[in-house]
Design a protein around this ligand. Structure first.
Ligand code: ABU
Length: 400
């Protein structure tokens, strides 16, 4: 296990977040202003939830209605107020014109998306802020609303490391478009191939496919993160002492972002999705290190009852935000989840958040933690694993 000197010094840093549960001190909460509908593109085929409507109507295009955006902003502001009442510093992204079309030498897309879900784009690994490659064309420039904040952190925290992962071409050949046409039986047949709409030729990942457990980072292979993406994260993080593990949830036939599937709440406790069990064998590392899986209850809405334009699953119900190892913010209507967490000794803070769903996520997705009180710890002490190129000197990068 890495050893750390200067723990007190680490506590005074601005950028410092090693896991998903330590006591929260500073966070970015998304904004819904000027959000656009996600366009149809090789990495995504947005569809209406209501099957009957889908026959008659196509998915809308352009700017989302102002009243819809306002309702989402009200709930995002409610989250801000709750966080501030817990003495958490809250920052917001800059406004951005998502209506501008994007044209690069290799692709074109009619509009961009929104700044509601910083989690998808940005991630803090200890003292590093990393911008993901992203997997969809409409999200190619989604780091821009966060750049002013990143510069501020970079100027004010001399220990902060800032990196941007290599941008993929997003050209047609980067995608497997026939994926969208596969019938359900075909998907079941291929579920252990972990081949989705991305090919394996370029480095691709969304930040929300990563989950941070101290020294150990778990990355889901998905429609938004491919194998070279995970390999890139491994080579990037392991020389600094992290251990990067790929994880799979074969029954999720449209996987995208790990935080509705496998959600760590505290040291030793993961909230799991009963419809998306972890691949056989991958649970062993957790069991060997005395982790407990708590199965989330079924969400209060079915997939068909989710908002018409929402492209996420009903499992947004488990997309909770931990503000300490004992305190969890949950969506207000998810009473069975509140009861379960209460039974396991968590304090639950319910807030309404359903109007945010059609913007791509819930409480975890709509946030990006900058600072949590704590240091890098090894929560898998029985793991026998040597990170790529790790040496004592490399590991000391943690306290540069
Ligand atoms: N952005 C999170 C969506 C995950 C899910 O639909 O299950």
């Amino acid at each position: 296990m890495p050893s750390y000197k200067g723990v007190e010094e680490m506590q005074t840093r601005i950028v410092n977040a090693w896991n998903e549960w330590d006591e929260l001190e500073e966070i970015v909460v998304g904004i819904a202003d000027d959000a656009y509908f996600e366009p149809t593109e090789p990495g995504g085929r947005p569809a209406l939830r209501d099957k009957n409507m889908a026959v008659r109507e196509t998915f809308p295009r352009g700017l989302k209605k102002q009243e819809v955006t306002e309702k989402a902003n009200e709930e995002l502001n409610g989250l801000v107020a709750l966080l501030e009442s817990h003495c958490v510093t809250v920052r917001r992204p800059e406004k951005h014109n998502f209506g501008v079309s994007v044209k690069t030498p290799l692709f074109e897309v009619e509009n961009q998306y929104c700044a509601v879900c910083p989690r998808d784009v940005m991630i803090t690994f200890g003292n590093e802020i990393l911008e993901a490659t992203m997997s969809r064309r409409a999200r190619f420039f989604e780091y821009l609303p966060y750049r002013k904040l990143v510069y501020e952190y970079w100027h004010n925290d001399p220990h902060m490391i800032w990196n941007a992962a290599p941008k993929p071409t997003m050209q047609d050949a980067m995608y497997r478009e026939e994926f969208w046409e596969w019938p359900l039986e075909e998907r079941f047949k291929r579920m252990h191939d972990f081949e989705f709409c991305l090919t394996q030729d370029e480095v691709i990942f969304d930040a929300a496919d990563c989950s941070r457990f101290g020294c150990d980072i778990f990355v889901q292979e998905s429609m938004t993160t491919n194998r070279p993406g995970i390999r890139w994260l491994k080579r990037h993080l392991e020389p600094r002492g992290f251990r990067v593990h790929d994880v799979h949830f074969p029954l999720d036939l449209f996987p995208s972002h790990i935080d509705c599937t496998f959600v760590p709440l505290a040291p030793g406790v993961v909230l799991t999705n009963p419809e998306r069990p972890i691949k056989e064998g991958e649970e062993k590392l957790f069991m060997d290190n005395d982790w407990q899986f708590i199965e989330a209850p079924h969400p209060t809405s079915s997939n068909d009852e989710m908002p018409m334009f929402c492209q996420s699953s009903k499992w947004l119900a488990m997309n909770v935000l931990s503000i300490s190892p004992k305190k969890v913010i949950c969506e207000a209507q998810e009473h069975p989840l509140h009861e379960l967490l209460d039974k396991h000794g968590f304090e639950v803070y319910p807030i309404p958040f359903r109007n945010v769903f059609e913007f791509g996520g819930s409480l975890h997705c709509a946030t990006w933690d900058i600072r949590r009180r704590g240091t890098c710890e090894d929560y898998f002490p029985k793991l026998n694993y040597t990170p790529l190129a790790a040496t004592t000197n490399d590991v000391s990068c943690f306290i540069m």
